[in-house]
Every structure is written in C-alpha cells, then in structure tokens.
Design a protein around this ligand. Structure first.
Ligand code: 15L
Length: 264
C-alpha cells in the first residue's frame, strides 16, 4: 500500500493504523515523513515530478492519495501540487496496474451550495476556491481513468477531519479520524469501486451530506459531532446569519465572495 501526504496531520494519524490493518506501507511526502515506523518505506518527493512519482508507484497495490495542498493559495502552487501531482499519481497507477485508489477530494469541490441544500456524491461541482477547483479536477480525472482504463477510484469529499468539532460549521462537516479510517477501509473492502464519490463525514445530526447513492461502499460512521463538541458549545457562535461564512457550505473557503449585483 502507498500513502501520499504521509507527513500531514491525517497521514501521521493514519500510518500506524494502516500498518496494523494492511501491513507494509510506502510513505511519501514533499517534506521528510520521518520518523519511520517498522514496516514503512519513506520517500521525500514532489508529486509534480512525474519520474519520481513513477518510481514511487512501481510495485505498489492499493493507493491512498492524500498528498497535495489542503488550503487556498495561488494557482501556480495548486497547479503543481494538486493538478499535475494528482495526474502523475493516477497515470503512474495506470501504467503499473496499481490500485484501487482512495483519493482525498474535499467538500470544497461543492462549497458554494448553500447550507439549506442536501447533497450526496452525485451533486455537481460548485467549487468555492481554486483549491476546490483542483479537487473538482481530481474527481473528473478519476472519472476519466475509471471509464477509459477500468480503474477503481473512490473520491472522498472530506468535510472537516479533526480530533473534535471546533466551530458551529463543524457540527455539520466534522469527520472523526476513526470514521475517516472506517471510510478508507470500506472503500478497499468494496467488491467493485469503479468511480465513486463519497462525502467524508461522521454520523452528525446536522450533516448536509449523505452517501445513500453508494450502497456498494459499506461505510458506517460511528461518531456524531453533537456529542464531541462540548467545549465549542460553551464558547457559542458570534457570526451573523448573512455572513457568507454562514450562508455557504464551504465556510472560510468562500472568503472573497462578491454578492452578485441584481441585473434587470
Ligand atoms: C478542507 O478541505 C481542508 O483541507 C481542511 O483544512 C478544512 O478546512 C476542511 O476542508 C473544512 O472544510 O473544514
């Protein structure tokens, strides 16, 4: 198994658990993913470097592609890391017959839906940032590789993967780390993934997203933000209802949103 983004917060939490569950793990990141755990092989590579990615992927089976930029920034950086980087991983997997692939997409591929809308993985893209656009690209690329080359790729529109909910938005978007692991396991356990888009979210009472369109992936989340957010409830919410942060699902990523002027 290969994990890209192994030095990131999610990568570091997942690594010991993946080794316990699946055995040997190849780990890569653009920064050194050390210290290595028994059973790990570490590589420090830039995903924009196609030759390095090819060497990384050669000989692996399942891939968890979590590498890339996870926040809004300038297009040049996003282009190299999330667009070229994801292409290089999928293309190397095709060339070497690796897979299935679990790809970290993001809820920001659909962040400009409003909070009263209910979505599942069939919802079309409404990215709220260039970062969200790069994730929408990754999903389209996955669809292409599945249709054209019969690969198996699950795109996880991850909400807020964090130890606990920290802001009222997280009551809807939160995914606990154990539920994220459950989701990855369910993807690899599916008989046939094909092209599947799932929302990475716990069983939150106030969630906006469901995975009812994808019964072939037996993801059964166990956590609920409502019971994990005691400290947050104590602090309360000071934002007004017309704040774009509160109106749109993407929250902080819609920053820079310009209310369209009414035209006649
Ligand atoms: C994401 O895609 C980000 O990578 C993460 O840092 C969070 O901001 C998360 O979305 C979120 O929407 O809360």
């Amino acid at each position: 198994m290969l994990l890209t983004g192994a030095a990131g917060v999610l990568g570091r939490w997942l690594r010991p658990r993946l080794i316990e569950r699946y055995g040997a793990l190849r780990c890569s990141d653009i920064v050194d993913p050390a210290p290595g755990l028994p059973g790990e092989k570490l590589s420090t590579i830039d995903l924009a470097d196609a030759k390095a990615v090819d060497r990384l992927v050669k000989g692996v089976g399942p891939i968890i592609h979590f590498g890339g930029i996870s926040y809004e920034t300038d297009f040049k950086a996003i282009d190299a890391s999330n667009i070229a980087g994801t292409y290089n991983v999928f293309e190397a997997a095709r060339r070497h017959g690796a897979g299935p692939i679990v790809y970290a997409s993001s809820n920001h591929a659909t962040g400009f839906y409003t909070r009263d809308e209910r979505l599942n993985g069939k919802a079309g893209h409404r990215p709220d940032s260039l970062y969200g656009v790069s994730k929408a690209f990754g999903e389209s690329l996955a669809s292409f590789f599945v249709d054209k080359y019969d690969m198996d790729i699950a795109c996880l529109r991850i909400g807020t993967a964090a130890p606990e909910p920290k802001d009222p938005r997280h009551l809807s978007t939160w995914q606990s780390y154990p539920d994220l692991l459950r989701m990855i396991e369910a993807c690899f356990a599916a008989k046939k993934l094909g092209f599947t888009v799932l929302y990475g979210v716990s069983a939150n009472k106030r969630r906006w997203w469901s995975n009812n369109h994808a019964p072939h992936v037996a993801y059964k989340p166990k956590d609920n933000a409502e019971y994990a957010a005691a400290a947050m409830f104590k602090r309360g919410d000071k934002r007004k209802a017309d704040d774009p942060f509160v109106k749109f699902q993407g929250g902080p990523f819609v920053e820079g949103y310009v209310k369209r002027r009414k035209t006649k």
